[in-house]
Write a protein that binds this ligand. Structure first.
Ligand code: SOE
Length: 386
């Protein structure tokens, strides 16, 4: 019999659902070392949390995260609540000796994230941040190809995350579902929400970034606030773009916006090396576009690899070759990897320290947008300084 791992989830929004699905599915498809038990779901609205718990099979509910963290029957706290709650809950959970999973971004800024890293590292509790796109099989395959040196020296890395859901000036800010537009809760706009995904994947695939120069824009300056009922200034960045340098000498070009009409969640990335290039697109997530200059001359060209074969990352756990998986599977893969690592007393990447590295870059991006200057990414100076 496998050891039970009792999960306490905070938050029942979009991410509460993706994580709960992962808790249920990971042991069905992967030979994980624990039996996850959905022990308690926690949120302030008692009726909503009750119906969420009933739908996903949580055994109990809490309406105060402190009560959840105090419970002796909880082994793992999963934070799927808005960004302004991440730091306080994570620090308390780590101090209580719980394993901690946290939705991205880790902190609203690096100062918060530093406290979270210090807490999990001093308590020595397994931890991970839900930057789920690392575990799209096509993206994991790209990581393997880069690690094998197939691209040679890297010259360029570019990424975009384009959405269009906040274009209407009548959309309010704040409250359930719209807290991403409220700077006090979210910390920033697309920089922490969307660029952060691009940055996490980039740091993983191409190593640390050293310097950035950025610009941000807030297109709609005032919106009604759902909690106060008043029209209030908008403090988030609606669009964010930056140029940067990686430690390996390659150049970075990144953009995120919620004002690209027609694009819903178009996360694309491209990496260009001396020998080969690769491209990936979230709207076609099971394909990796690959160009290898060493291919035979007449047949040389871009190929589209359908990443669904048993030998591709994670895919032997799913259906049969040729059949695709989707967005929700990335969370299942991360949770399965987390359980494997936790059983050995380790954390699964991206760890809280990896999440902090992304917060250092997003802080530098926002700082550069304010100063109009190139800014140094703090992680380069402060590694090991916590
Ligand atoms: C924003 O719309 C959002 O839901 C992000 O918060 C998620 O992290 C991203 O994966 C999809 O878009």
């Amino acid at each position: 019999m496998k050891k039970k791992l009792n999960v306490g989830l905070v938050g029942y929004g979009f991410m509460g659902r993706t994580h709960s699905n992962a808790f249920l599915q990971a042991p069905r498809f992967f030979d994980v070392p624990y039996e996850p038990v959905l022990k308690a779901a926690c949120a302030r609205n008692v009726d909503r949390v009750k119906s969420f718990a009933a739908n996903w099979g949580y055994e109990s509910i809490e309406t105060d995260w402190r009560a959840l963290v105090d419970r002796k029957d909880i082994d793992l706290i999963d934070i799927a609540s808005p960004n302004d709650t991440h730091a306080e809950i994570a620090v308390a959970a780590a101090r209580a000796g719980k394993m901690v999973l946290c939705e991205k971004p880790l902190g609203r800024n690096a100062a918060e994230a530093e406290k979270m890293v210090a807490a999990v590292e001093s308590a020595r509790v397994p931890n991970s941040v839900w930057y789920n796109y690392r575990r799209v099989p096509a993206v994991t395959l790209l990581k393997h190809l880069i690690t094998q040196g197939k691209l040679g020296r890297i010259f360029h890395y570019r990424a975009q995350f384009l959405q269009d859901w906040t274009i209407s000036k009548d959309l309010p800010q704040g409250g359930e579902g719209l807290w991403r537009l409220d700077v006090a809760v979210a910390g920033s706009g697309v920089t922490g929400d969307l660029l952060a995904h691009c940055i996490d994947t980039a740091l993983w695939l191409n190593g640390p970034m050293t310097d950035v120069t950025a610009m941000t824009e807030t297109f709609i300056k005032e919106r009604k606030h759902n909690l106060t009922g008043r029209v209030e200034p908008v403090g988030i960045d609606d669009a964010s773009a930056f140029l940067g340098r990686f430690q390996n000498g390659s150049l970075a070009l990144f953009e995120a916006t919620r004002y690209a009409r027609g694009h819903k969640a178009l996360y694309t990335l491209e990496i260009n090396g001396e020998h080969a290039s690769a491209r990936w697109d979230l709207h076609d997530l099971h394909r990796l576009q690959w160009f290898d200059h060493r291919d035979e001359g007449e047949l040389r060209g871009w190929r589209s690899v359908h990443v669904t074969d048993g030998e591709h990352p994670y895919m032997k756990h799913w259906w049969v070759p040729g059949l695709q998986i989707g967005y929700e599977h990335t969370f299942i893969h991360q949770f399965a990897d987390f359980l494997d690592a936790a059983a050995q007393g380790r954390s699964a990447a991206p760890t809280f320290r990896d999440g902090l590295a992304t917060d250092y870059v997003t802080d530098a991006v926002l700082q550069s947008a304010r100063t109009g200057r190139w800014e140094t990414v703090a992680v380069a100076q402060r590694a090991g300084a916590l």
